[in-house]
Design a protein around this ligand. Structure first.
Ligand SMILES: N[C@@H](CCC(=O)N[C@@H](CS)C(=O)NCC(=O)O)C(=O)O
Length: 201
């Protein structure tokens, strides 16, 4: 059976959301980032980076949340995996784009503005992160002005991968980006997203 390593309070949230969309059974190894089980030699074999998520799909081990979701959607012949080559390319584009432009930036912004205990916050890190987030949201806003979804005519792994990474944006003021705000809300209103939020909160 598929094993998913990683707490819903981590980037494994995206993997758990995908598993919910697919309706597949899995064993959840609810490891928090940097927790003791991620420091074991056994875990280092699964992911030498010692990060979550990781999956073990009947012996096939894969890390990197975006790659995991693309793999799972394709493996299970899901409608979330675009059937057209160009839509598939867009799903790859948006997944790579998010990793480059928003992933660490959102984490840094939220941690250093509200998430960490006040004494540990570094306002300069939050400020630098926000300076990168603004142009990235501008890019999303333009794209969502052309199309309701990121890769083709319907919600797909592209939307899940980007919106999944924007969990923290649910608590940010996105009024400056109304299309992005509405799209984030649409994605997170899906039943699998609502369920995974409950696992986190
Ligand atoms: N690019 C990776 C990032 C994974 C990642 O950074 N995971 C965090 C938790 S959200 C982690 O395990 N951090 C542990 C550490 O930094 O030591 C992915 O998307 O899967």
């Amino acid at each position: 059976m598929l094993k998913i390593y990683g707490s819903a309070k981590s980037r494994a949230l995206r993997t758990l959301w995908m598993a919910g969309e697919l309706g597949i059974p899995y064993e959840h190894l609810d490891y928090l980032p940097r927790s003791a089980p991620t420091k074991t030699p056994e875990f280092a074999v699964l992911n030498p980076n010692r990060r979550v998520p990781v999956i073990d799909d009947d012996g096939f081990v894969l890390y990197e949340s975006m790659a995991i979701n693309l793999y799972l959607a394709r493996k299970h012949c899901s409608a979330l995996y675009p059937s057209e080559l160009k839509h598939e390319a867009l799903a790859l584009q948006w997944s790579f784009w998010e990793t480059d432009r928003l992933d660490r930036q959102i984490t840094n912004y939220v941690n250093h503005s509200t998430g960490l205990p006040e004494a540990e916050r570094k306002p300069a890190i939050a400020e630098a992160a926000w300076a990168e987030i603004v142009p990235a949201f501008d890019v999303l806003e333009v794209a969502l002005g052309h199309s309701e979804w990121l890769a083709g005519p319907a919600f797909s792994v592209a939307d899940l991968n980007v919106a999944g990474a924007l969990y923290r944006a649910l608590f940010l003021d996105l009024a400056k980006w109304p299309k992005t705000q509405a799209w984030v809300a649409r994605c997170w209103a899906r039943p699998a997203a609502v369920s995974v939020r409950k696992m986190r909160e």
